[in-house]
Design a protein around this ligand. Structure first.
Ligand code: ADP
Ligand code: ZN
Length: 600
């Protein structure tokens, strides 16, 4: 934004300069000029060959970039031409030696300057909003050969999705063979997945693999201010695509146009309906001789209009999942190709420590690590760069400038050590990857684990998890006899988990039963659990949740009491070093003879 404003300013200064020059210009103009007709001059302007224009008396004189001059006499409508030249970026000058033009010019020039300025500013604003001046024109970007071709090698961690898309590639490559085999001709593919999971990348890779052009457009760009614009954009887009067939049309965020029709009245609803209808018409309209595949992406398939999902439209749905451990490793490897890695780097460890990261997050991680390494003047990325980059992507930049009192640092150190130590002592816990008391984002300290990502887990492991989640609070109580607000988030998460154990997993005395459904409420924000059970059951649920949490908390306290010597030692080292990685922590605990209490 700042640079745009700068441009406007520069343009303004230039204009003032030109005006000044224009008023004072009395060069030896026009003596060598060849007389031509006005259209010829316009042609030069259109070709961008004109260096300057001057009005003198009844004459227009242009100087071309190669130095030749041409003149035309007496245009009928001088105002028009003054505007025209100014619009084209050739601000005319006015030779005062003959003053026939001057009254007009004197009045007109400020007006023209203001109009041009306003046009420029509007254009800037509209670009800022993702809207263009060419209202009806589709701004589909042809991304076929721009830059490097993307292939399936660049996409990791979604093998099933790739598998399903193979058929589309085959069709785009050799439509005839496809029909001969009796396959139903695909038309639309809906990629479903959360942001950054690689949907755009996949669509691009399909185009790359098939060697066809790729038109990309975002659904939100369709939703215009004026009714009818979106629809005409759709029409235009399909026209463009038909000329380039076989090809892929990619519509990102299709939910922006494809929401249920007739939902909320007003608020651009009518416009969206028209756009959606046009899209449906076009999809039904192109026949299979035109080898066009529509690929759309969304992270909200639930809100899509059913009409979009009918056979012959987006009838193929491909889930682009958030990457699992293997997927994350693959994605890291893909992006690490560009950066030299130290042989000591263990990408698998990074992959393990990044559950919940999207493909885009992982790409970001590698970029950040490369930046860090570059800043330190290293030739290669080290493990430490990757670890730091991971934390930065996950939790925001470190806030080393945040000053905590010595007392607060001690509290945080004990709190984090509490988490880590409880996790270390309970055999079913995930291993500790790192403990730190460097503030980051909103957290004052962090304990990270290397979670295994098994699809199913056991009650024993969930109970262990509850205990180390509450280990921070337990450490505060054991060490200081005083508790803090620092455990706010731990308690919230532990309660959620305990509630899920009771209501979803049937892991309490209430028995094997599912109670209520957690739904993502679109209006109130955040998940909410529906109540499809009685008041009496609700009370029993609360009782069971409390029992699970109490039990876990007591277990954590017991572990920390019996290992008070280890707790003190680790917390002290943490205060000195601020960060302990997994092996350091393990060595430290081992060296201090930890006690594994018998569970009561
Ligand atoms: P989406 O369209 O689902 O929001 P993108 O395709 O725009 O996500 O992903 C953003 C970037 O993240 C990609 O350009 C790519 O660099 C990286 N990325 C995401 N998923 C993957 C993946 N599976 N493999 C490799 N890189 C990925
Ligand atoms: Zn905590």
């Amino acid at each position: 934004m700042r640079s745009r404003q700068l441009w406007v300013l520069v343009a303004f200064v230039l204009l003032i300069g030109f005006v000044g020059m224009a008023v004072s210009s009395r060069g030896p103009l026009g003596r060598r000029a060849k007389a031509v007709a006005m259209p010829e001059i316009v042609e030069h302007v259109e070709k961008g060959e004109v260096a300057s224009v001057s009005f003198r008396g009844p004459e227009v004189i242009v100087t071309l970039k190669d130095g030749t001059q041409k003149s035309a006499s007496g245009p009928e409508d001088p105002e028009f031409y003054i505007r025209y030249f100014t619009d084209k970026g050739v601000v005319p000058s006015f030779d005062r030696s003959n003053s026939r033009w001057m009254p007009v010019v004197g009045m007109l020039l400020p007006v023209v300057v203001i109009i041009v300025m306003m046009t420029m500013m509007m254009r800037q604003m509209q670009q800022g909003n993702g809207r263009a001046m060419s209202f009806g024109k589709s701004r589909a970007k042809l991304a076929a050969d721009s830059g490097r071709k993307v292939t399936f090698d660049d996409v990791a961690g979604c093998e099933e999705a790739k598998e399903e898309l193979q058929e589309i590639i085959l069709f785009l490559k050799e439509p005839s063979r496809f029909t001969r085999l009796g396959g139903r001709i695909p038309k639309g593919v809906l990629l479903m997945g959360s942001p950054g999971s690689g949907k755009t990348l996949l669509a691009r890779a399909v185009a790359g693999e098939a060697g066809v052009p790729f038109f990309a457009l975002s659904g939100s760009e369709f939703v215009e201010m004026f009714v009818g614009v979106g629809a005409s954009r759709v029409r235009d887009l399909f026209e463009q695509a038909k000329r380039q067939s076989p090809c892929i049309i990619f519509i990102d965020e299709i939910d922006a146009i494809g929401r249920h029709r007739g939902g909320f009245p007003g608020g651009g609803q009518e416009e969206r309906d028209q756009t959606l209808n046009q899209l449906l018409v076009e999809m039904d309209g192109f026949d299979t001789s035109e080898t066009i595949i529509l690929v759309a992406a969304t992270n909200r398939p639930d809100v899509l209009d059913p009409a979009l999902l009918r056979p012959g439209r987006f009838d193929r749905r491909v889930v682009v999942p958030s990457p699992d451990l293997r997927g994350r490793l693959g994605i890291l490897q893909v992006h690490a190709r560009r950066s030299p890695l130290s042989p000591k780097v263990d990408l698998e460890r990074i992959a393990r420590g990044t559950p919940g990261f999207s493909g885009a997050d992982l790409e970001n991680l590698i970029n950040e690590a490369a930046l860090l390494a570059a800043r330190k003047g290293q030739a290669q990325l080290e493990q430490d760069d990757l670890e730091q980059a991971k934390d930065k992507v996950a939790m925001g930049a470190e806030r080393r400038s945040m000053v905590l009192s010595e007392e607060q640092r001690r509290l945080v150190a004990y709190h984090e050590t509490g988490h880590a130590l409880v996790a270390r002592i309970i055999p079913e816990s995930d291993p500790v990857n790192k403990i730190t008391i460097v503030p980051r984002g909103r957290a004052l300290g962090v304990t990270q684990y290397l979670p295994s990502e098994d699809r199913v887990t056991t009650r024993t492991r969930l109970v262990a998890m509850l205990a180390h989640m509450l280990g921070g609070r337990a450490a505060e109580e054991v060490a200081f006899g005083e508790i803090s607000t620092g455990a706010y988030d731990d308690i919230k998460k532990a309660t959620q988990l305990a509630r899920a154990m009771v209501c979803d997993y049937g892991m309490s005395r209430l028995g094997v039963v599912s109670l209520g459904e957690v739904s993502e409420s679109p209006f109130l924000g955040g998940p909410a659990r529906s109540r499809d059970f009685s008041e009496a059951t609700a009370e029993r649920v609360d009782g069971e949740v409390n029992a699970l949490l109490d039990e876990a908390y007591r277990h954590a306290c017991q572990i920390l009491r019996e290992n008070r010597h280890v707790l003190d030692r680790v917390a002290q080292v943490l205060l000195e070093k601020e960060t302990l990685d997994g092996p350091d922590f393990e060595a430290l605990v081992e060296a201090n003879n930890p006690v594994v209490p018998r569970v009561a």
